[in-house]
Design a protein around this ligand. Structure first.
Ligand code: GDP
Ligand code: ZN
Length: 355
């Protein structure tokens, strides 16, 4: 398989030249688990590790490879490769790591489009759609909303639902499908462009695996990392986090993509809730929180039903989460700084004791 088949293009080649990486082979990271990676190259799929240099110069999670990355590699042993560097990323989808303050997890990189999958049954939740949109907007990933399981409702209910979504979400294609009746699947396929990378976002049970199987036209085995290394065996089969469709689209399906937090989606919030940003220019106070202030144009618009109350409430909720997130990051930085100071003082004491 050629690199182009799993997403390589001229822009990446230019980056490779700019970064003096022509002496290295190129591959794409298709799996990552605790600093062990699987890299797909034109020759096959390889276990990979990063070089010591890459590890020691790394400051944050973003300095380590992630699923979707293009990496410069060299062969190392029989069925292993070493990752020397990561080519600059076009997009990064992040989320706040659960339980760890201020640390962000990278879900995937170099994604062109995200399918935001929602089932139209009782799990349907437009706030969640806005949440995913915000994350994608922050990382400049384009979005397509997929309403799944439309076999469960009649046409009238579907039309209602679509206009409800359209009311809140502007300028994002909405495609209604059923994995069961296969309605809408062909239409969705028309949106999939050769050489572009896609991912599926959505809670468990909305139908992501079923959709993947339908796009693929066959059942995808639900298996984990079973390395079937033969003697020379460079092949790791049964492991699929990067899937190449027949029509040339590439799908990254990462088990880590489930419930997502808001992370540092600053620009994302503003784009998703641009109506509110626009209105806020007319608020009386520059630092208006759009809650209790007099002369708040946003509250006025909610009261006169110019904007949806639920849309407004979701905005406030996500903004609060973001502020909370930012303050925990700031707190952590302060703690790290204090700790750094302490270490420095300790070293100084040691130094002065020497004399
Ligand atoms: P995932 O967790 O998002 O990957 O969801 P799955 O693809 O595993 O689907 C969850 C459940 O929803 C399974 O029982 C599927 O059979 C069912 N399901 C998926 N798509 C549809 C659909 O279009 N219509 C109906 N009625 N059920 C569906
Ligand atoms: Zn206001």
């Amino acid at each position: 398989m050629k690199l182009e088949h799993f997403g390589y293009n001229d822009n990446i080649e230019i980056l490779r030249i700019q970064h003096n990486l022509l002496n290295f082979e190129i591959g794409r990271v298709i799996s990552e688990h605790k600093e062990r990676y699987i890299v797909k190259t034109e020759k096959g799929e390889f276990d990979a590790e990063i070089t010591g240099n890459l590890r020691y110069t790394a400051n944050t999670r973003e300095d380590f490879p992630a699923i979707g990355d293009w990496v410069a590699i060299s062969e190392y042993g029989d069925d292993k490769v070493l990752i020397h560097s990561i080519l600059p990323r076009k997009t990064i989808i992040k989320r706040q790591a659960v339980g760890k303050h201020g640390e962000k997890q990278i879900i995937a990189t170099n994604i062109d489009f995200a399918f935001i999958v929602q089932a139209i049954d009782r799990d349907f939740n437009i706030n969640r759609v806005e949440r995913y949109l915000t994350i994608c907007n922050a990382s400049h990933v384009k979005t397509i909303i997929i309403l799944n399981k439309i076999d469960l409702i009649n046409d009238e209910a579907l039309t209602n639902l679509i206009s409800q979504v359209q009311e809140r979400v502007k300028q994002v294609p909405i495609i209604a499908i059923s994995n069961k009746s296969k309605k809408g699947i062909e239409k969705l396929k028309e949106h999939i462009v050769k050489g572009k990378t896609y991912c599926l976002l959505g809670s468990s049970g909305v139908g992501k695996s079923s959709l993947l199987n339908n796009l693929l036209g066959r059942q995808l085995m639900k298996t984990n990392t079973i390395s079937t290394s033969t003697n020379k065996g460079r092949h790791i089969t049964s492991h699929r986090e990067l899937i190449v469709l027949e029509d040339g689209g590439i799908i990254i399906d990462n088990p880590g993509i489930r419930e997502v937090g808001i992370a540092d989606a600053v620009g994302g919030l503003e784009k998703t809730f641009d109506k509110i940003v626009e209105l806020s220019k007319n608020c009386k106070f520059k630092d208006c929180t759009h809650t209790i202030e007099t002369g708040c144009a946003v509250v006025a618009a909610v009261e006169s039903k110019k904007i949806d109350k639920l849309f407004y409430e979701n905005y406030l909720k996500m903004k609060r989460e973001q502020e909370h997130f930012e303050s925990t990051v700031a707190e952590k930085r302060q703690k790290d700084k204090n700790f750094g100071k302490m270490v420095k003082q300790f070293k100084n004491i040691k130094k002065s004791n020497r004399y």
